[in-house]
Design a protein around this ligand. Sequence first.
Ligand code: DCP
Ligand code: MG
Length: 388
Amino acid sequence: MEPSSGATVTTVKGYACQRRTPLQHHNTLLTDALLVLAENAEFCENEGRSVAFRRAGSVLKALPQAVRKMEDLQGLPCLGGHSQRVIKEILEDGKSREVEMMLQSKQYQAMKALTSIFGVGVKTAERWFREGLQRHTDVVNSGYKLNHTQQAGVQYYDDLNTPVTKAEADAIGQIVEEAVQAVLPGAEITLTGGFRRDKLTGHDVDFLITHPEEGKEEGLMPKVVSWLEARGLLLYQKTNTNSYLESTDGPARPSHNMDRFERCFSIFRLERPHARPEQHPQATCEEQPQDDDSARERRASQSPGWKAVRVDLVVTPVSQFAFALLGWTGSQLFERDLRRWAGQEKHMSLSSHALYDSKQNRYLRASSEEEIFAHLGLEFIPPAERNA
Ligand code: DCP
Ligand code: MG
């Protein structure tokens, strides 16, 4: 259909991995609303619907200008009827009633609060909500038995829900670098995730660790963890060895190295710059149970000399490094569409470990992200433009 006169016509490709999506864009009012709908669908365990709203939002992020009228949307991919209705309402009234109501709803608010506890997924949050819990403090007061991860989640709730800054990510990077060099000289660490896409803040800090000589990285994670623990730098850690075999990454499995992929989910104890004299973490833990508003205010006013920060560490053999780097840089939607593009358009299977070509029946090697994009027949998109 020809766009009516006056419409700004923009061509946008259908897969997020074919588009350049900068961090700053021109349609935040619309994308924030679509994100609420996506989150709500996720809380209802409707992944398809959630991805559909995320895709619609992602297309708007890639536009070079603000959408002003519905005609501006002509020819754009991934905009379903529901997304278009919401966009129309916002363009006309400045807001969407559906989204406003959702933001006000007890269920949305509770699901948002409960799933923001580290270690709590949608299923658990849903059960707790049905049982009357609405906030993380309700969980503390409920007397429910929490697993090790959830205990850390409620204990460090305030810190873990305070965005991590780039400066904090860099400070953590120095610590990880020191730990890694101490246990395996010559090993290399790389900051990935949102910070590699130039985000200014994140919910965690993601690192890849490798060694230029294949095999040297084996068994590295437990040593790094011990080094950090011996210095009191970890408040929590859960190390998965062999995560590749357990993963559901599908057929993109190289026939070797796969049991060497190690991952550590952790919470670092990061000293604040110019911190006041040492306060031991245990002292604060013991204060936690009486977590009412006054307790929280008291804690905030006597903020300890350290901050709890979520950190993900991944050890990868150098032969898989480029795949791990591409897979861990994100964004999540960019990754999802890379895998979808590989499967649907190229008959290939992409994971954070390898790229398998089903037509040639072989793995395609790569030592850089550029080579992987080339294998996939895609123009290279730099990390800062993968904010889909
Ligand atoms: N990733 C993925 N699928 C998952 C988990 C992670 O594709 N199930 C990839 C894409 C993410 C990257 O790993 O961008 C890092 O995961 P994070 O959850 O840390 O996401 P970000 O770093 O992008 O966001 P934030 O800044 O909130 O940490
Ligand atoms: Mg991250």
